[in-house]
Design a protein. Structure first.
Length: 162
């Protein structure tokens, strides 16, 4: 997992007599459930930019990828990450995070994971205390069905080359 926080925001808050804590964004990367990682430059930069633009702490979750680890492994990893966050002794989390102000965020397949982790978290609210999920931020989430859509059927044998 990676943790991102704006240095400017930390400096501003440490000199403030109020010393308010920051909301938490738990981020799940995209990649079709089979590709990529939290340490990819695009996700690292995106999380850093978010933490520098919006006053939040971002925790980026590394989850098991298919096909070696089929769903619901990624969902289970997401819930496990929430438990890790609530129990963590990491200074970045303990000193700077308002655990009662948490958002789950994901892009593409990560949006799907954020959604399903949110559903599972709703069933174990007491176990996650003091962590409280306030909302979901789903960036172009991927949701598929059991039956292929007309366009999926039409294009399923089309091979593209880069």
């Amino acid at each position: 997992m990676g943790t991102y926080i704006s240095t400017r925001e930390l400096l501003d808050r440490s000199s403030s007599p109020n010393n308010n804590k920051l909301p938490l964004v738990v981020y799940f990367h995209g990649g079709g459930f089979i590709l990529l990682s939290t340490n990819m430059g695009i996700f690292h930069t995106s999380c850093c930019n978010l933490a520098n633009t919006v006053p939040v702490v971002v925790v980026s979750v590394e989850y098991h990828l298919a096909p070696e680890h089929r769903l619901p492994a990624a969902y289970e990893d997401g819930v496990e990450a929430l438990h890790w966050i609530k129990m963590s002794e990491e200074e970045w989390l303990r000193e700077y995070v308002d655990f009662s102000n948490c958002f789950l965020m994901g892009s593409s397949a990560g949006g799907n994971i954020a959604y399903h982790v949110g559903l599972r978290a709703a069933g174990v609210v007491q176990e996650l205390q003091p962590l409280k999920i306030k909302g979901l931020v789903l960036h172009q989430p991927f949701f598929g069905g059991k039956q292929r859509s007309a366009s999926e059927l039409r294009f399923m044998n089309v091979v593209t080359s880069d």
